[in-house]
Design a protein around this ligand. Structure first.
Ligand code: UFG
Length: 324
């Protein structure tokens, strides 16, 4: 069986939706940001805390777990600046428990969700896995600490891992059953689409004097099902023994500014947005765009969605939610 921690969250649930086609799956999630309804019915679902060593012991002794895929984390840049302790307790502390349970039960493979926020601010070029990691917010730092721990555990205990550094996950599953749900929502594309559906009077652009082509931040938006498939390929590479430890960027390789994202959303929805300029949000890097050459070469993964199609799937999902 494969244990998916955080499998009721946005990215985790899209991965589970794909994984249940191939493997038996157990999802552990405390539903702090995830939703039970997002978890595919074919998976065993356990509601509980990653930080609870007794629960972990019982899971690892009850089920024969071949590998762990670990999505569970707090993941908001702005919130991490306001409350770093939450990030270190949740993201670092709880993950140490998980790794301990894995070692005690001879489970040797983990796919770990990391982030482009480990890089910090880049100088306008595409980010490769060789780019220096200099995170500028506690969220990015909390993920980088785990990357370092994995490297040490690999060397000393033979734990094999693939770290996936995600760029901006976005879009929704084509099947219309699952998609992005955050309470409250802070991410750009869902906020724009919810506004275009009439849920908010306006949207805010956080800063327009960044050193970018139109002054707004540039991000690399990657479809959540493409991201899920990068995890499938990673799991296969670990279980087959092809890879013992690697770090891969998972991004589309294309950058869009906040203004450009708004225009594409307006085009997909056929509606005009009301846009307000606001102060910069703390901890936001100006430019984060992936080089995805390494994961293409090693795992044969490529993104299949471009931004207009990403927004189309998100628009379908948010329109459906608005009708519920
Ligand atoms: N933004 C706005 N207005 C909004 C919301 C966002 O202008 O109402 C801007 C942000 O300032 C940022 C861009 O839109 O420049 C994207 O913001 P998101 O909040 O959608 O995403 P982030 O880039 O901050 O972070 C996301 C994930 C992180 C991950 C990161 C990797 O939340 O977990 O992508 O690039 F680390």
């Amino acid at each position: 069986m494969i244990l998916v921690v955080g499998g009721a969250g946005y990215i985790g649930s899209h991965f589970v939706e794909e994984l249940v086609k191939y493997k038996d799956v157990i999802v552990l999630d405390n539903l702090s940001t995830g939703f039970r309804r997002l978890v595919n019915d074919k998976a065993v679902f356990i509601e509980g805390e990653l930080g609870d060593p007794h629960l972990l012991r019982s899971i690892f002794t009850t089920y024969r777990i071949a590998a762990v895929v670990h999505f569970a984390a707090a993941s908001l840049v702005g919130e991490s600046v306001a409350d770093p302790q939450k990030y270190y307790l949740n993201n670092v502390g709880a993950t140490l428990n998980l790794l301990q349970a894995m070692l005690e039960n001879q489970v040797k493979h983990i796919v770990f969700s990391s982030t482009a926020a480990t890089y910090g601010t880049s100088n306008d070029g595409k980010i490769t896995e060789m780019t220096a990691v200099r995170p500028i917010n506690p969220y990015g730092r909390s993920k980088l600490v785990i990357e370092w721990i994995l490297e040490d555990y690999h060397r000393s205990y033979g734990l094999n891992y693939i770290v996936l550094r995600y760029f901006n996950a976005s879009g929704a599953h084509e099947n219309g059953r699952i998609g992005e749900m955050h309470e409250p929502e802070t991410h750009l594309i869902p906020i724009i689409l919810q506004h275009l559906l009439g849920r908010m009077g306006s949207i805010s652009v956080f800063g327009d004097d960044y050193p970018t082509r139109d002054g707004t931040c540039i991000r690399d938006y990657v479809h959540v099902t493409d991201l899920a498939k990068a995890h499938l390929a990673s799991l296969e590479a670990l279980l087959s023994g092809d890879v013992e430890k690697q770090i891969f960027n998972v991004g589309s390789g294309a950058g869009f500014s906040v203004r450009e994202v708004i225009e594409i959303c307006e085009w997909v929805a056929g509606r005009q947005a009301k846009v307000m300029m606001e102060e910069k949000r703390q901890g936001d890097p100006a430019y984060l765009v992936a080089s995805n050459e390494k994961i293409k070469e090693w795992l044969g993964w490529s993104p299949t969605y471009k931004l207009p199609d990403i927004v189309r799937t998100a628009w379908k999902w948010h329109s459906r939610l608005a009708d519920e």
